[in-house]
Design a protein around this ligand. Structure first.
Ligand code: ADP
Ligand code: MG
Length: 464
């Protein structure tokens, strides 16, 4: 699992940085100026068996999430529980209840998910890494970095072929961006209104803006579909529904599909009008990516509940499919599992405590986790889960940020698999994997975000 690279020369670093900039692999920094997204100088080794398994289970997870999102009683039971301890989830849940149509069928829903994995090194039995794949979480809303990840894969591929330091055949192609764009176009076509637009729901101060702009541009060049971008608060004023049919209109344009790149974190709703905007969108007959129900399926608590004995079987008939999914679960525990909590208090280094939040920086480790567990009131338990700590195999790489390359450092990598599913009721019209994101971070870093500057973009070099 170890690739050995030499420190790249200043000339090679400059070449890589120039190409990253030229390809549009960009992010905004805090001062309204721009830099390339951080990336590794070279691809990192990744076991082929684990990569293939992660691709294969994507369609199983899609099926599972679709079914759970359709099961009102199950969704309501789990989410009601979380809502009792977490006001943000409570608001999402209330919006879901408020907008469930009593008198008409639900419009189709589009899932653009990213399931993230770390390898539990100690679980790789006799060199079989497919047993070591552990899901960190599944993102069911605003799965980011498809467009930038496709660019990094092309960059690594080019540098490998050009300089001959790696066999470019072992670098898998990564059509994440075109896959996501085609998925949006597919849902748009399903709506069936040639003049309708796609609405991107965005954050006002998005730093990962180019990841979205590339998709927007490709929707136009490849499919002739126009995109309109608005924040939730803007929508409460500029959007409306037709009285008879719930068609969604923004400034006289009909919206076929609402694609959320916001709406997953409390700060997206600082303004009370943002909740009004969300409810308006959900109530409309536009296709949502995702629906509120799908979003609620991505909570950490849902992940923990789905991992409990017998739960997968409630949604999937195929035993082998359940087995495949279950083999990707890390240990997941509720906080009223006293034995698990005691184990975490005794050995905090083997666990992580997670709240119902998305977007990084919320998890508690080590002594922070211990203190929080010891002090937590029982009424808050449903707002958190306890998870087995995953220790991936160590690799090494050079991290390039703001044009500067680090010395060689020990690293670990987290693989994300993008997937799409389009459903009409419980029928899956389309269901496939789209591409990948490999994020690599210093071995000592706990969090995994790129925008938060913990990790950098990477690409896998598949090894047997
Ligand atoms: P978020 O919704 O904030 O992205 P995650 O569950 O993805 O929440 O956790 C954030 C980061 O924390 C991950 O990208 C990963 O690097 C690290 N992490 C999460 N769970 C674990 C775990 N069980 N073991 C080790 N690291 C973890
Ligand atoms: Mg995450």
């Amino acid at each position: 699992m170890f690739m050995s690279y030499r420190q790249p020369s200043p000339e090679r670093i400059q070449e890589a940085v120039d190409l990253a900039l030229a390809s549009g692999m960009l992010m905004a920094d805090t001062h309204a100026s721009f830099t390339h997204a951080p990336f590794t100088a070279f691809p990192s080794a990744y076991p082929r068996a684990a990569y293939n398994k992660a691709l294969a289970v994507a369609i199983d997870f899609n099926q599972l999430i679709t079914r759970v999102a359709m099961d009102h009683d199950f969704l309501a039971r789990i989410t009601h529980d979380i809502a009792s301890a977490d006001p943000f989830t409570a608001k999402l849940f209330n919006s879901y209840l408020e907008t469930r149509p009593a008198d008409r069928a639900l419009p189709p829903g589009l899932g653009l998910f990213r399931s993230d994995y770390l390898l539990q090194a100690s679980a790789a039995t006799s060199g079989d890494w497919s047993n070591a794949l552990r899901q960190v979480e599944i993102n069911t809303i605003s799965s980011a970095f498809g467009a930038l990840s496709s660019r990094l894969s092309e960059l690594h591929h080019y540098l490998a072929a050009r300089h001959g330091n790696i066999d470019s055949q072992v670098l898998p192609s990564n059509p994440a961006q075109s896959g996501m764009v085609d998925a949006l176009a597919s849902a748009w076509r399903h709506y069936g209104e040639a003049d309708a637009v796609i609405l991107f729901v965005i954050q006002a101060d998005e730093r990962n803006i180019f990841d979205q702009r590339h998709m927007e541009h490709m929707l136009w060049t490849r499919h002739g579909i126009a995109v309109v971008r608005r924040t939730l608060a803007q929508l409460s004023e500029h959007a409306c529904l037709s009285a008879d049919s719930h068609r969604l209109r923004i400034e006289n344009q009909e919206v076929a599909l609402v694609y959320f790149r916001a709406g997953y974190t409390p700060s997206d709703y600082d303004d009370e009008r943002a909740w009004q905007g969300r409810v308006l969108l959900e109530r409309s007959m536009a296709i949502k990516c995702p629906t509120l129900a799908m979003q609620l399926c991505g909570t950490k608590k849902m992940q923990q509940c789905l991992a409990e004995p017998g739960v997968l079987e409630q949604f999937l008939d195929d035993q082998q499919q359940c087995q495949r999914l279950r083999s990707c679960f890390a240990g997941l525990y509720r906080l009223d599992d006293r034995k698990a909590v005691d184990r975490a208090l005794m050995n905090p280094e083997n666990y992580v405590l997670k709240p119902q939040r998305e977007g990084g920086g919320n998890n508690l480790y080590g002594q922070d986790m211990r203190r929080a567990l010891a002090a937590m009131d029982k009424s808050k338990f449903p707002g958190w889960i306890l998870m087995e700590y995953i220790r991936p195999p160590r690799s090494s790489n050079f991290l390039i940020r703001d044009g500067q390359c680090s010395a060689e450092i020990p690293t670990v990598s987290e693989l994300g698999i993008f997937s799409m599913c389009l459903n009409q009721g419980d029928t899956l019209l389309e269901n496939r994997a789209l591409g990948h994101l490999l994020r690599t971070k210093p071995e000592t870093e706990k969090e995994g975000g790129i925008v938060a500057r913990a990790a950098v973009l990477d690409s896998p070099c598949l090894v047997d």
